[in-house]
Design a protein. Sequence first.
Length: 57
Amino acid sequence: MSEVFHDAGGIFHHSGSDKRVPGRAPAPGDYGSFATFAAPDGNTWFLQEVKTRAPGR
Protein backbone atom coordinates (compact mmCIF):
# COMPACT_ATOMS: atom_id res chain seq x y z
CA MET A 1 0.00 0.00 0.00
CA SER A 2 1.35 3.41 -0.91
CA GLU A 3 1.46 6.43 1.32
CA VAL A 4 -1.43 8.87 0.90
CA PHE A 5 -0.76 11.47 -1.79
CA HIS A 6 -2.43 14.27 -3.72
CA ASP A 7 -1.81 15.76 -7.13
CA ALA A 8 0.35 18.90 -7.47
CA GLY A 9 -1.90 20.30 -10.20
CA GLY A 10 -5.13 19.64 -8.33
CA ILE A 11 -6.36 17.21 -11.00
CA PHE A 12 -5.25 13.62 -10.64
CA HIS A 13 -3.09 12.35 -13.49
CA HIS A 14 -3.22 8.56 -13.77
CA SER A 15 -0.01 8.35 -15.79
CA GLY A 16 3.22 8.36 -13.88
CA SER A 17 3.97 9.66 -10.44
CA ASP A 18 5.87 12.89 -11.16
CA LYS A 19 2.91 15.08 -10.08
CA ARG A 20 2.28 13.20 -6.81
CA VAL A 21 2.82 15.13 -3.58
CA PRO A 22 3.05 13.19 -0.29
CA GLY A 23 0.22 13.69 2.20
CA ARG A 24 -3.45 14.59 2.04
CA ALA A 25 -4.75 17.35 -0.22
CA PRO A 26 -4.28 20.77 1.43
CA ALA A 27 -7.81 21.98 0.65
CA PRO A 28 -10.39 20.12 2.69
CA GLY A 29 -12.90 18.24 0.62
CA ASP A 30 -13.64 15.05 -1.17
CA TYR A 31 -11.93 13.32 -4.07
CA GLY A 32 -8.56 15.01 -3.49
CA SER A 33 -6.40 12.42 -1.71
CA PHE A 34 -5.32 9.03 -3.04
CA ALA A 35 -3.45 5.82 -2.21
CA THR A 36 -2.53 2.86 -4.41
CA PHE A 37 -1.85 -0.82 -4.03
CA ALA A 38 -0.94 -3.67 -6.36
CA ALA A 39 -3.09 -6.81 -6.33
CA PRO A 40 -1.46 -10.25 -6.59
CA ASP A 41 -2.72 -10.53 -10.18
CA GLY A 42 -0.66 -7.48 -11.19
CA ASN A 43 -3.45 -4.88 -11.33
CA THR A 44 -2.86 -1.53 -9.64
CA TRP A 45 -5.77 -0.09 -7.65
CA PHE A 46 -6.26 3.59 -6.82
CA LEU A 47 -8.17 4.51 -3.67
CA GLN A 48 -9.73 7.96 -3.50
CA GLU A 49 -10.80 9.70 -0.29
CA VAL A 50 -14.55 10.34 -0.18
CA LYS A 51 -16.29 11.63 2.94
CA THR A 52 -19.57 12.72 1.37
CA ARG A 53 -20.76 11.08 -1.84
CA ALA A 54 -21.60 13.38 -4.72
CA PRO A 55 -25.24 13.28 -5.87
CA GLY A 56 -25.90 10.43 -8.26
CA ARG A 57 -22.92 8.35 -7.19
